[in-house]
Design a protein around this ligand. Structure first.
Ligand SMILES: [Zn+2]
Length: 281
């Protein structure tokens, strides 16, 4: 396996910056041993967790009233209340750390980018069987990495006094219970540069977020960036944008598929030997 397009300038890994959100990405193509191996586009988010409580106050997030400590949601909306918090202990911290790391699974290997018919830079030769020219598609991988530099995602976490209380979380401020349900997956969607479902679908009124942007339009199944856990090709936004940058090709040429087991396209070597390699395949 080799990494391509990443060392064009200075040997550094390809590093991309999208809007206010940053992550690392790398593109690798198969070595040719397996004609059915696709390429890999990996997004890595380096993160830190800051366990906030009365001993580790974050101004603006924690307010003190009558000797009690409360977490204050960053966006004042009608259902956003201050919630009382308690101090973390070893067990609650380690449970959160473990569950947070598992959030990776939700976004990992959920999309495949179909390599365009006229793009041959990934092509590899496989000597398996009759010999093949293979054009791999691109698997979209997601990695959450604790620590790491630069830090892409700094998260404050509060521990609610009562787990049943509602805390309006956002991409940088979580409550302890957010790793028990889809909230983590949704917030990681934001870390992957996605706004809410209506913005993803191009609704111009949702380029600035408001509560309605969360509602799936008619005909769209409950989505992770809306009210559910479903995924559609638009949720591959970050990988879709990155593949265009890595390969310096127009993004619309790359089709997003949810069928992640789609194998590379293959042409028998004999085609090339006879000099009749098609231009587009
Ligand atoms: Zn959201």
């Amino acid at each position: 396996m080799k990494i391509i397009f990443s060392s064009k300038q200075n040997g550094a890994r390809f590093y991309d910056r999208l809007g206010a959100v940053e992550f690392d990405s790398s593109l690798e193509i198969p070595n040719g041993r397996d004609p059915n191996q696709n390429a890999w586009l990996t997004i890595t988010v380096n993160y830190t967790l800051n366990f906030v409580d009365s001993r580790n106050l974050v101004p603006g997030l924690i307010v003190q009233q009558n000797g009690k400590f409360y977490a204050k949601p960053s966006r004042p909306t009608p259902n956003a209340q201050n919630v009382q918090i308690r101090n973390w202990d070893v067990e609650s911290r380690s449970a959160f750390v473990k569950r947070f790391a598992k959030g990776e699974d939700f976004w990992n290997y959920r999309f495949l980018l179909i390599t365009p018919q006229d793009y041959d830079a990934f092509d590899f030769t496989s000597w398996a069987g009759p010999g093949w020219i293979c054009r791999p598609n691109v698997i979209c991988l997601f990695r959450l990495k604790s620590g790491g530099s630069p830090n892409h995602l700094a998260i404050n976490v509060v521990r609610k006094e009562r787990d049943t209380d509602f805390f309006r979380s956002d991409s940088g401020n979580y409550a302890n219970t957010d790793v028990n349900n889809r909230t983590l997956w949704h917030e990681l969607g934001h870390a992957l540069d996605q706004l809410h479902i209506r913005a993803l679908l191009g609704d111009p009124t949702c380029m600035v977020d408001h509560d309605g942007c969360y509602d799936e339009p008619p005909g769209v199944a409950p989505n992770i960036q809306g009210h559910g856990t479903g995924l559609i090709p638009q949720n591959a936004k970050a990988w879709h944008e990155l593949i265009a940058r890595h390969t310096e090709t127009p993004q619309p040429k790359w089709q997003v598929s949810l069928a992640t087991n789609t194998p590379p396209r293959k042409l028998q070597m004999a085609f090339q030997v006879r000099g009749v390699m098609p231009k587009n395949w």
